[in-house]
Design a protein around this ligand. Structure first.
Ligand code: A2H
Length: 252
């Protein structure tokens, strides 16, 4: 883990009822996959959530009504931060693996797509964030390549029991970067000839390029702040999501 604390926004992606059998103990609660992001202003372009198939997650009671599905490590960190009303040890209502989560339908704040699905990503780290990632393939090279892999490889879908209709067919353009156009991640992944989500070094370069330019030169193509600079509206969108109860601040 880094020396500098990382300021994430946890996006509350609500699991649409009815729950699968394994989540029976959560009946009657509001259950969320809580995704850690550094780019809250990109939430318009969410197309799916990512989970690690072999990852160990739990459904943790965060307050009287809300349950977060995250790693145990994240639940403990959260318990030390403002949001949780259970200061010491968050109670785990049910243990789940990433495979249990694949195919869950979700409703996520700001997303143009009303219902999106949880899908497998093999490069998720369980010692960072919550172990849940929201997917914005227009602007995140990791997301773009993981989606590319799922689309291109029927065997990968079969291995993780992914139904074709869960895999998004469209990428939503949300930010213009003069140098990279309206789908920066796609452009940079193609330019660098990145082959798959496992192409670590090239993906690091793609992330460096898009992250910097997106922040300094990006302009919103969608939403309340269309036409405005990413740099200016990022903190505003973050504050709004938190104020409306659709997200919480989280640092580690
Ligand atoms: B970002 P940093 Cl549009 N494992 O959110 C792997 N990746 C994870 C993760 C985990 N456990 N937890 C969070 N992340 C991803 C949006 C986004 C992100 C965009 C563009 C770039 C970008 C949509 N996905 O990140 O190592 C999350 O993806 C570029 C680095 O803490 C989170 O923000 O710096 C970012 O990585 C946090 O990475």
């Amino acid at each position: 883990e880094g020396v500098q604390p990382q300021e994430y926004t946890l996006i509350k992606m609500e699991v649409v009822q009815p729950f699968p059998l394994k989540m029976g103990p959560l009946e009657g609660k509001r259950v969320f996959l809580a995704a850690a992001t550094l780019r809250p202003e990109t939430m318009y372009g969410q197309t799916n959530a990512w989970v690690l198939p072999d990852g160990e997650y739990g459904a943790y009671e965060i307050n009287e009504t809300d349950v977060f599905i995250i790693t145990e490590r994240a639940a403990l960190n959260l318990a030390y931060q403002d949001y949780s009303k259970i200061p010491q040890k968050p109670s785990c209502l049910v243990k789940l693996t990433g495979s249990d989560l694949i195919g869950l339908p979700l409703r996520s704040p700001l997303s143009v797509n009303e219902i999106i699905y949880a899908l497998p990503m093999l490069t998720i780290l369980t010692n960072k964030g919550t172990g849940i990632v929201t997917s914005v393939p227009s602007d995140a090279p990791d997301d773009y390549m993981a989606l590319h892999d799922l689309r291109a490889k029927p065997a990968l879908r079969a291995k993780y029991n992914v139904k074709d209709e869960w895999v998004p067919s469209d990428i939503v353009p949300i930010i213009n970067i003069p140098e990279f156009g309206d789908k920066a991640a796609e452009k940079v992944c193609l330019d660098l000839k990145i082959k798959s989500q496992n192409d670590k070094d090239k993906l690091a370069e793609a992330k460096r390029l898009t992250y910097l330019k997106g922040f300094t030169e990006g302009t919103m193509l969608i939403g309340e702040f269309v036409g405005r600079k990413v740099q200016e509206i990022k903190p505003i969108i973050k504050a709004k999501l938190i104020e409306s109860g659709e997200a919480i601040a989280y640092s580690e």
